[in-house]
Design a protein around this ligand. Structure first.
Ligand code: HEM
Length: 167
């Protein structure tokens, strides 16, 4: 399998299941508007639940499973045209940092998985990881991940991280 498209698909799938801003940012209706038969009065504060949209079984097969392959076989993208997948929002207020953010995330992920094999502490199995989420303006892992980097053979690494802690 080609590594770069797969890495990009991993990032997309992560943002589907764990969007950084689960309710995007608060929006406000500028005038009365009809949405799916409901009237949203002028001045209402609107929260768009991107977290729930990304797990909606109407749009996603096996919605709760982490399956990066789904993005390798589909044209669905985060650029605000596919409303079932809006980790950066959509429309006029879409995240202006998106082009930078996506490059940074891909680069960061590649630079930690390329030189290291990662393992969980004390022989913990992947299935034992507690993936509970802590909701807020941004989404966090309720229990920080502790993962131990092991150097891959034949790699010259000038820096050694004893362990990473991700939230
Ligand atoms: C993976 C990283 C990022 C994610 C997932 C993300 C996601 C979002 C989301 C969901 C919104 C709200 C969109 C809406 O309510 O419709 C937003 C807004 C915004 N983001 Fe990002 N963002 C990221 C990185 C960045 C970066 C790197 C920058 C700046 C360099 C940035 C700047 C902004 C700004 C200024 C807004 C407010 C836009 C407005 O309200 O008009 N973001 N972002």
């Amino acid at each position: 399998m080609d590594k770069l498209p797969y890495l990009q698909a991993v990032v997309k799938e992560t943002m589907r299941l764990r969007p950084a801003a689960p309710l995007l940012l608060p929006h406000k209706a500028l005038h009365d508007v009809q949405v799916l038969g409901f009237t949203v009065p002028k001045g209402s504060q609107i929260f768009v639940n991107a977290w729930a949209i990304g797990r909606d079984p109407k749009y996603w097969e096996k919605p709760l499973e982490f399956l990066p392959e789904r993005f390798m076989e589909s044209s669905v993208d985060y650029k605000g045209r596919d409303f079932e997948y809006i980790p950066f929002g959509a429309g006029r207020r879409i995240c202006p940092g998106m082009p930078l953010a996506i490059r940074i995330v891909n680069l960061m992920l590649a630079s930690i998985i390329q030189p290291f094999n990662w393992k969980l502490p004390d022989g913990m199995a992947r299935e034992e990881l507690d993936m509970e989420e802590q909701f807020g303006v941004t989404l966090k892992k309720a229990i920080p991940l502790v993962a131990i980097p092991c150097m891959k053979e034949n790699k010259v690494i000038f820096y050694v991280f004893m362990f990473y802690e991700f939230r």
